[in-house]
Design a protein around this ligand. Structure first.
Ligand code: NAP
Length: 251
């Protein structure tokens, strides 16, 4: 019997894992997306979309769908989903592996100011008006309405749906990966004084950090939250090996 694997996704790694396990007769994978993107990229395995309804909802789902294993491959800042996964897997005794993307490390020439959260990032921009490049999710933009003196350029995959946004905000709709030379051109053209970024890790969005370094620009870097985890996996291959080593529950 194929092993039912729930992949908590929405990241490059989750999509890579989906590609790896697609067509594997030993597995019956299901990719779960939060539903933040209206037109998510097509996937080679079955997909479900939307929240589970907290820990209780996830417990119900794991039992109802007879899930054998969960791989948490959510974004490094998706700490709530990970906390729910840890709690629900513990309650149902479903094995949980977590694919944790390594952080970007500060390098010579980087001018990072590390702050605890998005609110602190908005405060760190200071009182004087600056030209700010926001490379954040659309759920974070409303926070900058509390610092309306700045000119903001926000790059997003999709238009934000919040009513409250900073008054002087321009949107740039684009999906990574981004190229370093293009990032440098963008920062120069827009006369950006400072970037605000999460420490997403990975290669797809690192070019802006390299571009800021090359141009000597400061980066307000929002630190990662504590993200609860199951058995930590280094990469997609390790996840595949881990699921192959599990027996279907009830066998
Ligand atoms: P979250 O705060 O951990 O999750 C909030 C709720 O969304 C969860 O409790 C769950 O709802 C639902 N959810 C999240 N991931 C899910 C999944 N894979 N499948 C089903 N339901 C899921 O995570 P988030 O709201 O997605 O994002 C948190 C932060 O990470 C944000 O700051 C966001 O900008 C950032 N993020 C960035 C990227 C990126 O690619 N740059 C991608 C994702 C997230 P229920 O409680 O109802 O189950």
């Amino acid at each position: 019997m194929a092993l039912k694997v729930l992949i908590l996704g929405g990241t490059t790694e989750a999509s890579a894992l989906a590609r790896k396990v697609a067509g594997d007769a030993r597995l019956a994978p299901l990719l779960s997306l939060a539903g933040r993107t209206t037109n998510p990229q097509p996937q080679p395995i079955p997909v479900r979309v939307g929240g589970f309804g907290g820990i209780d909802g996830l417990v119900k789902f794991l039992r109802g769908e007879a899930v054998d294993a969960v791989v948490d491959a959510t974004h490094p800042y998706a700490d709530q989903m990970s906390a729910h996964a840890v709690a629900a897997c513990k309650e149902t005794s479903v094995p949980l592996a977590s694919l944790v993307r390594p952080e970007w490390r500060h390098e010579t020439g980087d001018r990072w100011q590390i702050v605890a959260n998005t609110e602190a990032a908005a405060d760190a921009l200071g009182h004087e008006p600056r030209r700010v490049f926001l490379s954040l999710g659309r759920q974070d933009l409303h926070v900058f309405a509390h610092a309306p003196q700045h000119h903001y350029l926000a790059r997003l995959i999709e238009r934000p749906d919040q009513a409250t946004l900073p008054p002087d905000l321009r949107l740039l709709q684009a999906r990574g990966p981004f190229d370093r030379a293009d990032e440098e051109r963008l920062l120069r053209r827009e006369c950006i004084d400072v970037l605000v970024s999460k420490n997403a890790g990975g290669t797809a969005t690192y070019a802006k950090i390299e571009a800021a370094r090359a141009l000597g620009l400061p980066v307000v870097m929002i630190a990662r939250p504590h993200k609860p985890a199951g058995i930590v996996m280094a990469d997609v291959e390790a996840c595949v090996a881990w699921v192959h080593g599990l027996a279907p529950r009830g066998v």
